[in-house]
Design a protein around this ligand. Structure first.
Ligand code: CUA
Length: 153
């Protein structure tokens, strides 16, 4: 083998190892891995299992809300969400069928919602307005229609 081939091989192998160590460190030492793998649920019985048997917006503290939401082809339940500006909101999400996305425009929220897993995201909406919620994982023929809004007042 030519010397420069060996150099490039060593270099690319080193880079791969470097990236793996870096992402492994982030995932396991800094706990930056996806949180969705921690809580599981039977995706076929979502409707019977609390809290998903009653999807909706619930006030859980003085300025704290919970939004229990199911995602299914091709909708979000509930689809009319209203929350006060400045409140701490925890979204509790699961899918009833395939992998969906939960992305809220103008925020950092961008999550994968995987059947069998429960996803929790906490966010405070400081600015009143209508926030567009989109499914950003291709989930079938109606994927492009899967959207809703969050009204912040
Ligand atoms: Cu749900 Cu795309």
């Amino acid at each position: 083998m030519h010397r420069s081939e060996k150099v490039w091989l060593a270099l690319s192998f080193g880079m791969i190892m470097g990236f793996m160590i870096f992402t492994g460190y982030q995932t396991f030492a800094l706990e930056m891995g996806p949180p969705s793998a921690k809580e599981t649920i039977d995706p076929q019985r979502v409707d019977e299992i609390a809290p998903f048997n009653e999807p909706g917006v619930k006030q859980v503290g003085e300025n704290e809300y919970e939004v229990v939401m199911t995602l299914q082809i091709f909708s979000f339940t509930p689809h009319d969400i209203e929350i006060p500006a400045g409140a701490k909101v925890t979204f509790i999400l699961t899918s009833k069928d395939v992998v969906h996305g939960f992305q809220v425009a103008e925020t950092n929220i961008n999550a994968m919602v995987v059947p069998g897993h429960i996803q929790r995201i906490t966010q405070t909406f400081e600015k009143p307005g209508e926030y567009l919620v989109l499914c950003n994982e291709y989930c079938g023929a109606g994927h492009q229609m899967m959207a809703t809004t969050i009204k912040v007042k």
